[in-house]
Design a protein around this ligand. Structure first.
Ligand SMILES: NC(=O)c1ccc[n+]([C@@H]2O[C@H](COP(=O)([O-])OP(=O)(O)OC[C@H]3O[C@@H](n4cnc5c(N)ncnc54)[C@H](OP(=O)(O)O)[C@@H]3O)[C@@H](O)[C@H]2O)c1
Length: 350
């Protein structure tokens, strides 16, 4: 593989996992980020070229992207970082991929579809755990029931959270829930609904969350009603209900800073042993007006391992020439079976 690509945020927990796996596969990505010492040190350990630039200097970003076929953007929370990177990618005619799960990134990128098509550039956010597996599952279910009007997705994850993921969650705690209703993103209370889902070991309670699919699966499938769920423990349900009352407090910048400091004092993310022990299961169901129903499950490795593998699978597609211009979702760009090419992933129709 000769086409050069750049990993921005390479010194972060997720960026570093991806960089190390890329090297294991014999690739030579350019590593980049804003932290000179951390990026230099990783670059020299992995014997990779490195570039240091900040995102609020557009000339520096243009310089940083020189000669790159694609960028795999790993610096989040992405709501603060995607715009300058996507702008620079459109100027440089470099394909943009990221590992965000943030709806506030997906929707503005979707709105730039025509601009990206005109530039011949692919904008493909969400190439990680959120949303490759669930997006591919949604597209698979749409194929099984083409007239589907409702899509329900749920995941069960065993593993831990990285500091970056927890920071992104802190920024969104006060925002309540979100579903897709009649094609529109619609606000609902936090922990709005629960239901029972069988991930393969008997029914479990799941609770609704504002997950990326309520945005992306609509772009992939056109199904107008979408709800996302995750397994609910007692404390999670209580925290969600309490957050309804504490919304103004959770939006307060001093409270957010306090919570982010707590996050930063923890471990960067699950260690190798925790990642090896972890696993994920995705469940999806579609229904139509005639009473039709289809359901499927997808099994995969732990979330950050999965993110590493799906992100590199997407990069490898791009470097082999598969980069349809415009705004893309993983399933739109590469089809429902894309995720089945990832090591450790399997699907079962129920
Ligand atoms: N959707 C998914 O499935 C998925 C999976 C994994 C991660 N993520 C997301 O990816 C993001 C990173 O996670 P992580 O665990 O790698 O976090 P992390 O360890 O905290 O690393 C964050 C990286 O982003 C960089 N960064 C943050 N803000 C920046 C800014 N304004 N300008 C330039 N660089 C900036 C950091 O640089 P410094 O070191 O200089 O601060 C660091 O390199 C999070 O938003 C997380 O939610 C999503």
């Amino acid at each position: 593989m000769t086409s050069p690509y750049l990993i921005y945020g390479a010194n972060g927990y997720t960026g570093e996992l991806i960089a190390r796996e890329a090297v294991r596969r014999g690739q030579h990505p350019v590593l980049a980020g804003r932290n000179r010492e951390a990026v230099r040190s990783l670059g020299s350990e992995l014997r990779l070229e490195h570039r240091v630039f900040v995102l609020d200097d557009s000339r520096a970003v243009d310089e940083g992207l020189k000669g790159m076929t694609a960028v795999l953007h790993c610096a989040g929370p992405f709501v603060h970082t995607f715009r300058p990177m996507a702008d620079a990618c459109l100027r440089a005619k470099t394909h943009y991929l990221d590992v965000t799960g943030e709806i506030d990134v997906y929707e503005p990128l979707a709105a730039r579809d025509a601009e990206a098509r005109a530039a011949g550039v692919m904008l493909l956010p969400g190439v990680g755990f959120d949303v490759v597996p669930s997006d591919c599952l949604a597209a698979h279910l749409k194929q099984r029931l083409p007239g589907a009007t409702h899509l329900f997705l749920a995941f069960h994850s065993v593993g831990g959270l990285s500091r970056g993921t927890a920071t992104t969650m802190v920024e969104n705690l006060h925002r309540g829930g979100l579903v897709r209703r009649d094609g529109m993103l619609t606000a609902v209370p936090a922990g709005w609904r629960t239901r029972r889902v069988d991930f393969g070991r008997g029914p479990r309670t799941v609770v609704s969350i504002p997950w990326g699919d309520v945005s992306m699966a609509y772009h992939s499938t056109g199904i107008p009603n979408i709800e996302d769920y995750t397994t609910a423990t007692g404390p999670l349900l209580l925290a969600m209900k309490t957050s309804r009352l504490l919304r103004p407090l959770l939006a307060n910048s001093a409270v957010q800073s306090f919570l982010k400091r707590r996050v930063r004092s923890g471990a960067p993310g699950p260690n190798a042993e925790q990642r090896a022990r972890g696993r994920t299961v995705f469940w999806g169901e579609v229904t139509d007006e005639a009473g039709g129903r289809a359901a499927s499950r997808l099994y995969g490795p732990e979330g950050y391992t999965l993110t590493t593998l799906t992100a590199l699978a997407a990069v490898e597609k791009v470097l082999s020439g598969a980069a349809p211009p415009g705004f893309q979702t993983p399933a739109k760009a590469y089809g429902p079976d894309f995720v089945l090419g990832v090591e450790g992933v399997s699907r079962e129709d129920l």
